[in-house]
Ligand binder design. Structure first.
Ligand SMILES: NC(=O)c1ccc[n+]([C@@H]2O[C@H](COP(=O)([O-])OP(=O)(O)OC[C@H]3O[C@@H](n4cnc5c(N)ncnc54)[C@H](O)[C@@H]3O)[C@@H](O)[C@H]2O)c1
Length: 254
């Protein structure tokens, strides 16, 4: 009898932030199905534990780690816990996110800071925390999560658009700086129906029109996950500093 096929992700240590639900959960599931050891990292520990329990037994080990990505000490503590329980992080998927939409005239400084903290500052905290171990290990993959909002802008979302644009600048600069260490840094710009977007995408009063994607529909989170797998895999070994839009072509239709 021939040996069962092995995956290139067998035993690879993957950390996914915001993995309790939505796109992050689908990404964690996709890596778990490929035999990776996966850290389901989220501010919501109960939800992260429930997700980790569902993914346990798919392939490698799966653990839940509580972390508020908006706090540098919490990010460092999460990296320490993952390293202790699974080993050094080889693939980081920075995905946790929130929205705090409001028109400029009504947006509070708190709403601005909260979104910048959870997206942009968090991306820097994660970068800082994983770079030294990745250099020591001889390389790694870092995949950030941006948005088409970074390029298009969005009414009522100056905070979110600024954070997601900032992530692209950070990603490109990190790619240039870290290439010499065999650390590849990229971003995915997704569009899918999740708790974050359900209201805006499905309530006609917000005017979201599936026809604004070339494919004429919105995606489900599990249609986004393969892009993260690709960017983490051997096939993407010569790709760095790029943003992959998984948005049904909506960027082209607007
Ligand atoms: N859904 C889309 O269409 C879309 C489009 C563009 C970009 N994105 C981005 O994709 C990512 C995932 O979004 P989603 O749609 O799956 O959202 P979601 O709301 O379904 O999931 C977000 C997850 O992040 C976690 N989280 C929030 N704040 C956190 C914090 N401070 N620390 C740790 N975890 C935290 C939440 O608990 C949740 O599990 C986000 O970065 C989002 O901005 C989503």
């Amino acid at each position: 009898m021939s040996a069962p096929p092995t995956s290139e992700f067998d035993g690879v240590v993957v950390a996914v932030t915001g993995a309790a639900q939505g796109i992050g959960r689908s990404v964690a599931e996709a890596f778990a199905d490929q035999g990776a050891h996966v850290a389901v990292i989220d501010v919501n520990l109960a939800a992260a534990e429930a997700t980790a329990a569902e993914l346990e037994g798919r392939g490698g080990r799966v653990i839940a780690v509580q972390c508020d990505v908006a706090r540098q000490d919490s990010v460092q503590s999460a990296v320490d816990q993952v390293t202790e329980k699974l080993g050094a992080i080889e693939v980081l998927v920075s995905n946790a996110g929130i929205t705090r939409p409001a028109m400029i005239r009504k947006m509070t400084l708190e709403e601005w800071n909260e979104v910048i903290d959870v997206h942009l500052n968090a991306s820097f905290y994660w970068l800082k925390a994983v770079v030294e171990p990745m250099i020591a290990a001889g390389g790694g993959r870092i995949i950030f999560t941006s948005s088409s909002t970074a390029q298009n802008g969005s009414v009522g979302q100056v905070n979110y658009a600024a954070a997601k644009s900032g992530i692209l600048g950070l990603m490109r600069s990190a790619a240039k700086e870290l290439g010499r260490y065999n650390i590849l840094v990229n971003a995915v710009a997704p569009a899918a129906v999740t708790d974050m977007t359900r209201k805006v995408l499905t309530d006609p009063k917000f005017g979201a029109d599936p026809a604004k994607t070339i494919l004429g529909r919105w995606a489900q989170p599990d249609e986004i996950a393969p892009a993260y797998l690709f960017l983490a895999g051997r096939g993407a070994g010569f790709i760095t500093g790029q943003v992959v839009s998984v948005d049904g072509g909506s960027m082209m239709v607007r």
